[in-house]
Design a protein. Structure first.
Length: 119
């Protein structure tokens, strides 16, 4: 069964950058779209970006568009989220998840990786 593990979070100053990684095991990522989500304290989890199985198509929520870039390397079974110009409101736990042919994301969620943007 496909499992994803997030890494790369940390503490960064406003305006800084981080690169998150999503590593897959148990199956190949090739057939799945990958979504990046985040959950800030006291808020619901929100999808912030998605990349198609081929990597050709991407989309972003308005609040991160132009600052975040999603990518994937199917040969390495990984997906990344490059985050630039970080703001305090980007502080959250970040998760990746996969979407198969059903059109729905998996019910399984990893532990995520904490991103804290603070001076």
């Amino acid at each position: 069964q496909l499992q994803l593990v997030e890494s790369g979070g940390g503490l960064v100053q406003p305006g800084g950058s981080l690169r998150l990684s999503c590593a897959a095991s148990g199956a190949a990522l090739d057939y799945y779209a990958i979504g990046w989500f985040r959950q800030a304290p006291g808020k619901e989890r929100e999808k912030i970006s998605c990349i198609s199985a081929s990597g050709i198509y991407t989309n972003y929520v308005a609040s991160v568009r132009g600052r975040f870039t999603v990518s994937r390397d199917n040969a390495k079974n990984t997906a990344d989220l490059q985050m630039n110009s970080l703001k305090p409101e980007d502080t959250a736990v970040y998760y990746c998840n996969y979407r198969g042919v059903s059109g729905s994301f998996s019910d399984y969620w990893g532990q995520g990786t904490q991103v804290t943007v603070s001076s």
